[in-house]
Ligand binder design. Structure first.
Ligand SMILES: Cc1cc2nc3c(=O)[nH]c(=O)nc-3n(C[C@H](O)[C@H](O)[C@H](O)COP(=O)(O)OP(=O)(O)OC[C@H]3O[C@@H](n4cnc5c(N)ncnc54)[C@H](O)[C@@H]3O)c2cc1C
Ligand code: SF4
Length: 328
């Protein structure tokens, strides 16, 4: 690993001042960044540790919930308000990584974690547009069983690996960030990017900006929500497909609100408003679940080895909706 300087900051202005230097990388729990440094994909000259910033709050605000950027994944997953009012978020976090990793990983780092495409992680592969823009994409003809089926481009077919971010997409979260121009909020749907012809850019966070918090709105539909993750083994594996689903059913047994987002299928958490609209006004049941699943997968463009994900996603959506529908 290339030698680097290490600094620990305790206030936000100091973190922002450090970000003026393009050789700086912010360090959260280090569970992704340090792996990338060990294999040479990231070579920062200076790590600035943000875990001592006063940003680890998890508190009610405006009827919703503010979750600070340095809150640990375990603390968010186990928080009583998250478990009671946003169960899909708690379940998504617990479905990720391992207890040890979740004890280290931060909310900011989780949002910013990079794809798990093998070609991206191994610099001996020369073709990876995300690692070396303009070099090509080895996954197009190579190993792409885990890769995206929605929103891909000719430049990159990688998926976003975060489970937490899929739940946040279903919950209408906003990401609160700060930089030299002051604070701004980025709706979660605009935070991560599709690859297009600039797959080296995962997010719309600028290089001189710091994530402060994630805000969840008060959301009645979130109380009946569920996260289903389908993977090659039952723990310590990234999603082949995942589903964040929420339903609100009125007293007459009709769906009045729905949320649906998919993971493991695209370069960003894949919210599917068309499927949500199909659900509203329906009665919970197999016919409604299938209609939503078909709408969600309508634009899928699988490749040679990941075509199975289309049917897997359809069935996972139906199962997740049936699970949450049974409690509604
Ligand atoms: C073996 C293994 C299995 C895993 N399995 C899963 C899984 O199943 N599901 C899943 O979702 N994840 C999984 N993960 C990924 C894990 O969730 C991430 O590594 C973790 O969330 C990253 O958080 P961190 O705080 O450690 O980030 P770091 O590694 O410290 O940082 C990651 C990135 O975030 C940036 N960053 C950190 N904080 C901020 C901030 N406040 N503002 C701006 N940028 C910031 C850093 O500069 C860096 O670029 C796994 C990881 C490992 C190693
Ligand atoms: S899918 Fe994306 S990350 Fe993977 S090799 Fe292609 S360009 Fe690189």
């Amino acid at each position: 690993m290339k030698p680097f300087a290490y600094t620990r900051v305790t206030d936000v202005p100091a973190a922002l001042a450090a970000l003026h230097d393009p050789g700086v990388r912010l360090l959260g729990g280090g569970t992704n960044l340090l792996d990338l440094m060990k294999n040479g994909v990231e070579q920062p000259a200076h790590l600035v540790d943000v875990t001592r910033l006063p940003l680890d709050v998890i508190e009610e605000r405006g009827g919703g919930l503010r979750i600070g950027a340095t809150a640990r994944n375990s603390d968010v997953a186990n928080h009583p308000i998250v478990r009671r009012r946003y169960p899909v978020l708690s379940q998504a976090l617990v479905a990720g990584a391992s207890p040890q990793l979740r004890n280290m990983a931060t909310v900011g780092g989780n949002l910013m974690q990079r794809t798990r495409c093998d070609y991206f992680y191994d610099p001996t592969y020369t073709e990876c547009n995300k690692r070396v823009p303009g070099s090509g994409c080895a996954a197009l003809l190579g190993h792409h069983r885990m890769h995206a089926i929605l929103g891909t481009s000719a430049a990159c077919i990688a998926t976003h690996p975060s489970d937490m971010a899929v739940a946040l997409a279903a919950l209408d979260a906003v990401v609160r960030v700060t930089g030299p121009a002051g604070e701004r909020v980025i709706p979660i749907g605009d935070f991560h990017r599709l690859p297009g012809d600039t797959p080296q850019l995962d997010t719309n966070l600028r290089g001189d900006e710091l994530i402060l918090a994630v805000d969840l709105p008060p959301l009645a539909v979130a109380r009946r929500s569920h996260y289903l993750k389908v993977r090659d083994r039952s723990s310590y594996a990234f999603a082949l497909v995942s589903v964040a689903a929420a339903l609100d059913v009125d007293g007459a047994g009709v769906i009045r609100d729905a949320r649906l987002a998919l993971g493991g299928v695209a370069h960003k958490p894949w919210r599917v408003p068309a499927a949500e609209q199909r659900l509203v006004g329906q009665r919970p049941g197999e016919a409604a679940w299938r209609m939503a699943a078909d709408a969600a997968l309508a634009g899928a463009q699988p490749r040679r080895d990941n075509a199975f994900k289309v049917e897997l996603a359809r069935r996972s959506i139906a199962r997740a909706l049936a699970t949450v529908g049974a409690t509604a």
